[in-house]
Write a protein that binds this ligand. Structure first.
Ligand code: ATP
Ligand code: MG
Length: 589
């Protein structure tokens, strides 16, 4: 398909001055901190994805929050890959994450990897050992688990808990040097095996794992655990507000414990490796603040489950338009503006909730209703012959691209003796109140004439093959005579000029609102077999040949569509991003 670039006005161009986004508790905290001069009045946030899958719309909530709050207070945001687990991380995910962030319009000031900090993290571990705050433990993973206790019972001390500092230093150095097999020893924080918060019961800080790392290769056979690496990485980068989802609330005491013991701001030894690597930034004492994650109904927002859908072939890849991944939404025809408006609408709180999918769909409708050019496309065509329209004649009709916005211009639509209309817009034996085309009835063709159905011609299979109609030349839209009114208006395309296209209609990926709610059932049992309907024989008005990838259009009466990347020269494929109105509730109810 030839791509004629067409710049859509952005939301900012056409909206009145943007209203203040609704406030929330994190903005209050940050405003208070800035006013009090905490962290020198600075705001530095980070978005810390693990590169083990594509980003989904839950990540967008975190992205808009982190980038938005820093921008609002004149601060900066880092992109940091949380790549401490080499087992699952891949370059293709890193590429995808950067594409998605760029699409959302978010640019980071600094790009970092937790693995940039391996040497400095190692120094932090040494400091804990020297202070008597960490020890090498020889228990196996199973033994550690058995000694951990429960919510009601304290844990038991490891027999290795009181090792001397010198012995711990020696053993830890030998762990690093590769002297011990995987899993045979761990370095553990020495906190409190009786702590009410199980996360504080001497958690592991390092484990032995002989795995090549995508960035550090074979340099390490010990890897730091997330809870240890995360807060320290925040401090190394000068992060002031470390925003994360509620499941980390119980980890905050541990986050604080490491930072209190290490006092990174005042110990230049710890960050010396960062100076050597050119990665040094003034360190901070960050604070972790938790907010409720985004949950959406009729889908799953977890990389593990999304991985299962992709790897099991249940969808056609990470950018399948039915997935809640940002790549899926982009391909389907969602706009970053709609995702941003959605995230602002749902807000930030500590209250867990599930947002109905319609809220997201309505955000897209609102955005595209304002700025998508209108087109006519017939998805399930039925041929109409205007028997009194002269053979060989045709004309062009000029039609506005948008009913409310003349800056979007107009285009020419060819009209002729043979047309296509939507099959559903004709009924040979219609119910009462049917205002579209019926035998002997009249209907207006959008932007054109009133026609009257004279005869329905049956095909060999008994179905209706075509309609023979007459037209009223005086009723052309825009002419004085056009004032004549009929009840129905339908869309159409000229048969001779139509472009053949494939149309993909999407529905909910699951048939139930909470597919993963029942732990005893496989969420994949609830996949909706009708989540994709492909219409091979659609007919489009010629202007749609110029539609460019990423462009959103309203097909009148049908919804918002965008060209898919499967389009080829002469055979476009269009995805329906969303219908014009919400039909799901009616169908289900
Ligand atoms: P998942 O549960 O999908 O595997 P994750 O938390 O493991 O997600 P990360 O790559 O670690 O994925 O997430 C990066 C950031 O995005 C984290 O700060 C995380 O809290 C945030 N995030 C992930 N999922 C959501 C969500 N549903 N709502 C809001 N923020 C989220
Ligand atoms: Mg995570």
């Amino acid at each position: 398909m030839t791509a004629i670039p067409m710049t859509l006005p952005t939301a900012a161009d056409r909206a009145a001055p943007a209203p203040e986004p609704p406030s929330h508790f994190i903005r209050h905290i940050v405003r208070r901190d800035v006013a009090a001069g905490k962290h020198g009045g600075q705001v530095v946030t980070r978005f810390p994805p693990e590169p083990n899958g594509y980003l989904h719309i839950g990540h967008a909530k975190s992205i808009f929050l982190n980038f938005g709050i820093a921008a609002e207070f004149g601060g900066r945001t880092h992109l940091r890959y949380d790549d401490t687990n080499p087992a699952k991380e891949e370059q293709k995910y890193i590429d995808a994450i950067e594409r998605d962030l760029a699409w959302l319009g978010c640019s980071w000031s600094h790009l970092r990897h937790a693995s940039d900090y391996f040497e400095a993290l190692y120094r932090c571990a040494l400091k804990l050992i020297r202070q008597g705050d960490a020890y090498v433990c020889d228990l196996s993973a199973d033994e550690v688990r058995a000694a951990r206790g429960t919510l009601t019972e304290p844990g038991r001390d490891s027999p290795w808990r009181d090792r001397k500092v010198a012995e711990n230093l020696d053993l830890f150095a030998r762990m690093r040097a590769g002297e011990f097999p995987d899993g045979s020893r761990t370095l553990r924080a020495r906190i409190d095996m009786a702590a009410a918060n199980i996360n504080l019961r001497d958690p592991a800080i390092y484990r032995i794992r002989r795995l090549a790392h995508p960035r550090t290769g074979e340099a390490w056979c010990i890897y730091p655990m997330y809870d240890f690496a995360h807060g320290i990485s925040d401090a190394f980068e000068g992060i002031t507000h470390s925003l994360c989802t509620l499941e980390f609330e119980d980890h905050r005491p541990l986050y604080d414990w490491f930072l209190d013991r290490l006092d990174i701001e005042n110990d230049p030894e710890l960050t010396a490796p960062l100076r050597d690597a050119g990665l040094w930034l003034p360190p901070s004492r960050p604070e972790q603040i938790e907010f409720a994650r985004l949950n959406l109904d009729y889908t799953v927002l977890s990389k593990r489950r999304l991985n299962e859908l992709v790897n099991g072939g249940h969808v056609e890849g990470w950018d399948d338009p039915r997935l809640p991944t940002l790549a899926g939404f982009r391909r389907r025809g969602y706009t970053p503006e709609a995702l941003r408006a959605f995230c602002e609408l749902i807000g930030i709180s500590k209250q867990e909730s599930v947002i109905p999918m319609e809220v997201l769909e309505n955000a897209l409708r609102d955005d595209l209703n304002r700025r998508a050019p209108r087109r006519m496309a017939v998805l399930r065509p039925l041929k109409v012959v205007l028997v009194d329209y002269p053979q060989g004649q045709s004309e062009t009709i000029s039609a506005a691209n948008h009913p409310q916005d003349e800056t979007l211009g107009s285009r020419e639509i060819p009209f002729g003796r043979e047309l296509y209309i939507e099959r559903d817009d004709f009924d040979i034996d219609p119910p009462k109140g049917f205002h579209r085309l019926k035998p002997g009835g009249e209907v207006r063709l959008r932007n054109a004439y009133i026609i009257r159905c004279e005869k329905a011609i049956a095909g060999p299979d008994g179905g209706i093959a075509e309609l023979h109609c007459t037209y009223d030349p005086a009723s052309k839209s825009g002419l004085p005579g056009a004032a004549r009114k009929v009840k129905g208006t339908i869309h159409w395309v000229s048969a001779r000029h139509a472009i053949d296209a494939e149309i993909r209609l999407y529905d909910r990926l699951f048939t139930v609102p909470y597919p993963a709610a029942d732990k005893n059932r496989d969420f994949k049992e609830f996949l909706n077999p009708e989540s994709l309907v492909t219409l091979a024989g659609a007919k489009l008005e010629p202007a749609l040949a110029a539609a460019a990838g990423g462009e959103a259009l309203q097909f009148e009466r049908q919804g918002y569509f965008t060209p898919d990347r499967d389009s080829t020269a002469g055979r476009p494929v269009f995805n329906r991003a969303v219908s014009l109105r919400d039909t799901w509730g009616r169908k289900a109810g």
